[in-house]
Write a protein that binds this ligand. Sequence first.
Ligand code: GLN
Length: 196
Amino acid sequence: MGSKKEKVVGILAVQGDFAMHAAMLDRIGVPWKLVKHVEDFAGIDALILPGGETTTMLKFLTERKIADAIKGFANENKPVFGTCAGAILMAKEVLNPEQERLGLMDISVERNAYGRQMDSSVQQAECPEVSDELIEMVFIRAPIIRRVGEGVKVLGRSQGLPVLVEQGKLLAATFHPELTADETIHRYFLEKTKDC
Ligand code: GLN
């Protein structure tokens, strides 16, 4: 409610590269808390869903009832940021193959969509509404966003494909901003915590 209290960012930590997001937030100087169980949602103001393997993450999310807690959190209009696997979890529709998802954001994503040759890559791309500089983007067995709903804004594209998208307080990147030294994307996300 616009209080001056420092905002705490939760980082989903059931699997994947959550530690790299924590390191990024340390560099920026923002308090964070690992989210491993439903109880850990107490006292967090925003949530990051890291990269990793969605099939494994989904197992923990269901077993520990965290999936419903994330949906509830997003329904309260709290900021949620998904990177790579995190973006897959947030999507309304998942292809290749179809799988469970949280359905927070009106996008369709195809998993592991760059194919073997392009399994992993580093690209430089423009995100004009986020930065005047090119952003370095690390893709690791990344998904491709195949459909973007009406309420979803594309903030960045690489090779003509949307790679950074936003829907209100929700942000999703198919790349890994936490694996570079560039704080731009995290700082952009943190802006979303200012008025909640
Ligand atoms: N290929 C993974 C999945 O589909 C995502 C990869 C990543 O997060 N780097 O779950």
